[in-house]
Ligand binder design. Structure first.
Ligand SMILES: [Mn+2]
Length: 340
């Protein structure tokens, strides 16, 4: 369902009666989660000046996004609703950004009141499986990013986007489309980009920070990923990163983001996969360039999910390498017995 004027008006009605609006994005925040949260929060500060806006995420904002306006205002979890000096007030409103399901905020256990209807919430997202857990849901799976949802909301409310807000929102459009390269880059996305540039979005700062800057430790981690790519009989390009690789290179887990697009570049593959060990879990990131392969269904077999062309899963355990060797004799008419 596309977002219509009534949705934006209902959100505005809720927000304009709030004392504090607490903006929350998902764990391991990416450019879209951060950009949508900051961009929307800054818009609210302009158009609803009597409302106090705060920003929250369970995980720290990665350094590469610190150039965004208000990035340094993001704090950890919001106070729980209920009694006490710093408690969340009953007229506080929560806005969730880019969180396809409650558990991605990691507040579902510590703050269950945010999901059982006792606190009023707005759910701004673009993931297809979003179960509409908010009091008001601005969920548009046809849009490339949550940032594009915020652009749409501003359009419907006839709010003008400032250069600062445009910079936040263009960041999410860029990161969720892989720099306007993924298949979700529709004609509409180019129009959104044009609007944000016209509003003064600092495109070069985004390109430099997101696509043209990499820590030495990241490059070394990526080196290990590329070196270990193998190709399976099922047409998968697969690589793996162990805790040892993270330790030896000094790279953070988040440094792996983006490496999958290079593994996915091996010609003729049906899909690509990077497995990574993280604190007793193995995370899998899946990509495909093909229309006849659905990697979200593959991820689903391991209790994961995502989109048809980009998906992921996490399993408890660690990685164990397996080497296979085959003996062949070039001169012999038939193959020798195979040994593993
Ligand atoms: Mn997103």
């Amino acid at each position: 369902m596309p977002i219509v004027h009534a949705d934006a008006a209902a959100a505005l009605d809720l927000l304009s009666h709030a004392r504090t609006v607490r903006c929350v994005c998902h764990r391991n925040p990416d450019g879209d989660a951060i950009g949508a949260m900051l961009g929307c929060g800054l818009l609210l500060e302009t158009y609803l000046p009597s409302v106090k806006v705060t920003f929250h995420c369970v995980d720290a904002i990665p350094d590469q996004f610190h150039f965004l306006p208000a990035a340094l205002r993001v704090t950890k979890v919001p106070p729980p609703p209920g009694a006490g000096n710093n408690a969340m007030e009953k007229d506080d409103i929560i806005i969730f950004f880019d969180s396809g399901e409650p558990k991605l905020t990691e507040l579902d256990r510590s703050h269950p009141q945010l999901f059982d209807g006792s606190v009023r919430t707005i759910n701004i997202d673009h993931h297809p499986g979003n179960p509409h857990y908010g009091t008001i849901n601005l969920v548009a799976p046809d849009l490339c990013s949550s940032c594009e949802v915020v652009v749409r909301m501003a359009e419907l409310l006839q709010w003008t986007i400032s250069a600062d807000v445009a910079t936040c929102l263009l960041t999410g459009v860029y990161t969720d489309t892989g720099g306007l390269l993924h298949s979700n880059t529709t004609a509409r996305v180019y129009r959104t980009v044009a609007e944000l540039l016209r509003a003064g979005a600092r495109r070069q700062s985004i390109v430099t920070a997101i696509f043209r800057t990499a820590e030495l430790s990241t490059l070394r981690l990526w080196g290990r990923v590329m070196e270990k790519v193998t190709v399976t009989e099922e047409g998968g390009a697969i690589s793996a990163v162990t805790e040892g690789d993270f330790r030896a290179t000094g790279a953070e887990y988040s440094a792996l983001t983006g490496a999958i697009d290079y593994v996915n570049a091996v010609p003729g593959m049906r899909f690509s996969l990077i497995l990574s060990e993280r604190e007793g879990k193995v995370k899998g990131s899946l990509r495909t360039l093909r229309d006849d392969v659905d990697v979200s269904a593959m991820a689903g077999k391991f209790s994961g999910g995502g989109h048809r062309k980009a998906a992921g899963f996490a399993l408890p355990g660690k990685l164990k390498p397996e080497m296979r060797w085959k003996v062949v004799d070039d001169d012999a008419p038939s193959q020798l017995p195979t040994s593993h």
